[in-house]
Design a protein around this ligand. Sequence first.
Ligand code: P6P
Length: 340
Amino acid sequence: MKKKVTTLGQFIIEKQADFPFSKGELSRLLRDIGIAAKIVNREVNKAGLVDILGEVGEVNVQGENVKKLDVFADEAFISALSSGGECCAIASEEQEEIVSIENLVSRDAKYVVAIDPLDGSSNIDVNVSIGTIFAIYRRTSLSGCGTNEDFLQKGTELVAAGYIVYGSSTMLVYTTGRGVNGFTLDPSIGEFCLSHPNMTFPEGGNMYSINQGNFVHFPNGVKEYIKWAQEDDKATNRPYSLRYIGSLVADFHRNLIKGGVFIYPPTAAAPKGKLRLLYEANPLAFIAEQAGGKASNGFKRILEIQPETIHQRTPLFIGSREMVEKTEDKMLKYMATEVK
Ligand code: P6P
């Protein structure tokens, strides 16, 4: 018997019925993100075929060489969100300042979106999975174009969050605070179709993701955790396997499905780590918690961190609950001697 196909659009409408007073703005905003994701997916899939690779030659606000697909993805999401009328401002990894959406349709819109349009873009040229990460807040400003303050809200205030992973297949995974659901793009009909309902981390897990090349610079708690993970103890499924793609969305997605912990720790040179709070750590932390997992900076719940600036960084320990807690135990052991 043919399985019923539920598209992202149908799913959003069905779920909207759970919010009787909702006027559909969030539904339309999620739809706009889905549309932009399909446009970016088309270009990502062509990347090897047309001259869209290579560097634009500019350096973005993060001090990294900008790849053409980064620019394309940023423009695609800004365009879709600007014309959709449900978002009044965007904070993007590719934009130093927030993008206030001036048009009449969006000026008084209810939501703001923080986004990493194409994370892991250094992997584009080697055909490794990359991703988009988005976080949706209700604005705190009363009207007009969005302001910086609209974005400086704790992750606990998130209304919705999600990611798109452009890999062997393209998936959109999101939460509105009532569980996590995954949709796989069916290119034959151009629709994201529900393929992973109610995603949760499996119990336990035996994979850890970290750039072990930086071992000498890690805090002692992380060094001790890595040595613990490598011990031979069949009863606790150790030694664990090290799986690190160097693309946050791909590493997180694999760990969500198979169980695992992803660690981007602080170092003396980068005490806040590398990853961004607003549009990388917070949205993935919301998803992780909704999927029964955990996300912290080694000591504190990611979603409780009060943002001060839109591009601020944070260390990130995220994934299966028990595995994150084990890393926190190790970090706590050295807290007194290490926290700056
Ligand atoms: P490193 C990609 O540049 C990225 O922002 C994340 O996608 C990824 O997890 C991380 O950086 C990799 O950083 O320092 O290990 O190369």
